[in-house]
Design a protein around this ligand. Structure first.
Ligand SMILES: [Zn+2]
Length: 255
């Protein structure tokens, strides 16, 4: 089954959405590498500034029961930094969420708003807040919470000068998000695909940096390659998103 949505080249994506800066949010290390790393590499290769934010260090991940949560967090952050280097991501920002307990609450939305106002991205990447019933593993509760927090921050909090007034006092003024690219979306929400043919090996390379997370690396490579080729549907490789225009010149907004 082919996935839906327009198939854009990276150049068409960058031009169409005007992406000079992108800010990507994942709940755990390796999340964004699975969902969007080839797209992020394509953006970085063409000069976009890409920053990755992790809500948790993934301290409840992996398969080594003997390892402490602190050690797992340390190893996973180092793995993510190595993967980011493969992709050309400039910076990895770690928030202090607890793996398995992410909530789209006032504190997390405030953190997301702070980062959006700091980096002022042209496009924000995150998880889809709706559950994908076809593959429940794509909709880990932390992923849904990450998506929900980012969507709630994107409208209205980040652009409302009355929300989180302490941020404006620190010089982080209200700012309008233009585009959201949401990964892990239910199939009927997918409306944009990015042709990443030629970057599939970079994605696999980035994923392979997360050594502790792959019980069966060969199976993981097969799964990810099949997924990218199914999304493309024409012999190449692609990643898919639900593209949401939050603000365009025609948008009328209020709070
Ligand atoms: Zn995850």
């Amino acid at each position: 089954m082919r996935s839906g949505g327009d198939l854009l080249t990276p150049e068409e994506l960058i031009e169409g959405l005007g992406i000079g800066r992108a800010l990507a949010f994942g709940a755990h290390p390796d999340d964004v590498d699975f969902g969007a790393s080839a797209t992020l590499a394509a953006l970085a290769d063409r000069g976009a500034e890409v920053t990755l934010v992790l809500l948790t260090a993934g301290d409840a991940g992996g398969f080594d029961a003997a390892r402490s949560a602190e050690e797992t967090a340390r190893v996973r952050l180092a793995e993510q930094q190595a993967a980011a280097e493969v992709l050309g991501i400039r910076e990895v920002v770690l928030l202090d969420g607890r793996d398995g307990f992410v909530q789209p609450d006032e504190a997390l939305i405030g953190e997301v708003v702070r980062l959006m106002r700091t980096y002022r991205p042209d496009a924000v990447l995150s998880f889809h807040p709706e559950r994908n019933w076809d593959r429940l593993q794509a909709s880990h509760p932390d992923h849904l919470a990450c998506g929900e927090a980012v969507v709630r921050a994107a409208y209205p909090a980040v652009e409302n000068p009355f929300a989180y007034p302490e941020l404006a006092q620190q010089g982080l003024e209200a700012f309008k998000i233009k585009h959201l690219l949401l990964m892990g979306a239910p199939a009927d929400r997918v409306n944009l695909r990015v042709d990443v043919t030629g970057l599939q090996e970079r994605k696999i390379e980035a994923l392979s940096r997360h050594f502790t997370q792959h019980r069966d690396a060969e199976r993981m490579v097969g799964f990810v390659s099949d997924q990218m080729s199914r999304i493309h549907g024409g012999g190449g490789f692609a990643e898919e998103f639900h593209h949401v225009v939050v603000n365009s010149p025609e948008t009328i907004s209020g709070f």
